[in-house]
Design a protein around this ligand. Structure first.
Ligand code: ZN
Ligand code: ZN
Length: 309
C-alpha cells in the first residue's frame, strides 16, 4: 500500500511537471518573439523559432507521459511504457526541423546582415527567457532521471539546448553591437543550429535503445545475476537470462533448471523467492521464469551453488 502510494505520487509529480512545461514553453516563446521583434536579429529570430518547437514538444511529452503511466490492458498486456519513446523521437525530429529553418534564415541574411534596433532591450528580454529555461531544464532532467521518464529527460535536454542557443545569441548580439561586425549575428545563429542538431541526435539515439529492446547496463546485469543466484537454492542451474528496458520498467526472463522429479509446487516456491528478491531490489520489474527438467542443463552435474550457464 505504501509502495503503491509512493508510485502514484511519483506519477502525479511527473505528469504535473510535464503540464507546467507546456505553460513555461508558451511564456518563454512569447518573451523570445518580443526580443526578436524589438531587434530584428537573425539569431533572435532563430531562437524564437526554436521555442515554437518547445511548445509542441512539451505537449507531446505531456501526452506520452499520461499514456505511458496507464496500466496494462487487453490490447497492451505488457503496459504502455514505450509511449515515452515516441515523444522523445518526435522531439528529436522537431529539433532537426528547427535547425534546418534556422540555417535557411542564416543563408538568407549572410550577405547583408541587418543592423539591430534596441539591441540591449532585446538582449535583456532574451536573457530572462533563457534564465527561466535553465532552471526548468535542470529540474526536468533531475526528476526525469530519478523517475526513469525518458520523455521528461528528453524535454529537459531539449530545453537545455535552448539555453545554449540563447547564450550563443546573446554573445552574438553583444559582439555585433560592440564591434559593428553584423555578420556575427547570422554566424552565431549557424553555430546554434549545429548545436541543437547535435542535441536532437542525442535525444533520438537514446530513445532508439529503448525501442530496440536494449539490455540493461552490464553492471545491472551482474547485479541481477547475483540476486537470482543467491535466491535459487534448490534449483540446479539458471541459463538464457534476457533483460530489456521499456521506460521505467525492466523486463527479466530466464530458464530455471530443477530436478526432473521436483513437484510443480516445490519449483514454484523457488520461482516466487527469486521473483520476490528481484522485485525488492529493482523498481518496476517484470519477471518471467521458464522451469525446465535437469536434462536441459547446460553445465555438467555436481556443480556447487546455482550457477549460470
Ligand atoms: Zn533452457
Ligand atoms: Zn506464480
Amino acid at each position: 500500500m505504501i509502495a503503491a502510494d509512493a508510485k502514484s505520487s511519483a506519477k502525479r509529480k511527473v505528469a504535473s511537471l510535464a503540464f507546467w512545461s507546456i505553460i513555461i514553453a508558451f511564456v518563454v516563446m512569447g518573451l523570445k518573439f518580443v526580443a526578436w521583434r524589438m531587434t530584428g536579429s537573425v539569431a533572435l529570430y532563430s531562437d524564437a523559432l526554436e521555442s515554437i518547437v518547445n511548445v509542441i514538444a512539451a505537449s507531446a511529452a505531456f501526452w506520452a507521459i499520461r499514456v505511458s503511466h496507464k496500466p496494462a490492458d487487453p490490447e497492451h498486456p505488457f503496459g504502455h511504457h514505450k509511449a515515452e519513446y515516441f515523444s522523445a523521437v518526435l522531439e528529436g525530429v522537431l529539433i532537426g526541423v528547427a535547425a534546418v529553418l534556422i540555417m535557411m534564415e542564416v543563408a538568407r541574411h549572410w550577405a547583408s546582415p541587418p543592423a539591430l534596433d534596441q539591441p540591449w532591450n532585446g538582449l535583456v528580454v532574451n536573457a530572462v527567457a533563457a534564465a527561466i529555461n535553465a532552471v526548468w531544464a535542470l529540474l526536468l532532467i533531475r526528476v526525469g532521471t530519478n523517475e526513469k521518464s525518458p520523455a521528461l529527460v528528453a524535454d529537459g535536454r531539449h530545453i537545455m539546448a535552448d539555453v545554449v542557443t540563447s547564450v550563443g545569441v546573446i554573445a552574438g548580439l553583444i559582439g555585433a553591437v560592440t564591434t559593428g561586425w553584423h555578420v556575427l549575428d547570422p554566424l552565431l545563429a549557424l553555430l546554434v543550429a549545429l548545436n541543437i542538431l547535435w542535441e536532437g541526435w542525442k535525444v533520438v539515439s537514446s530513445s532508439v535503445d529503448g525501442l530496440m529492446d536494449r539490455a540493461v547496463e552490464p553492471d545491472e546485469t551482474i547485479r541481477i545475476r547475483d540476486i537470482i543466484s543467491s535466491n535459487a537454492q534448490g534449483a540446479i542451474e539458471v541459463h538464457d537470462l534476457k533483460t530489456r528496458m521499456a521506460g521505467r520498467a525492466t523486463f527479466i526472463e530466464f530458464h530455471l533448471v530443477v530436478q526432473s522429479d521436483m513437484s510443480v509446487a516445490e519449483s514454484h516456491v523457488i520461482c516466487d523467492r527469486i521473483e520476490g528478491a528481484l522485485k525488492k531490489e529493482i523498481p518496476s520489474v517484470r519477471v518471467i521464469i521458464h522451469v525446465e527438467p535437469d536434462d536441459e542443463a547446460k553445465l555438467p552435474k555436481g556443480t556447487a551453488s546455482v550457477p549460470f550457464a
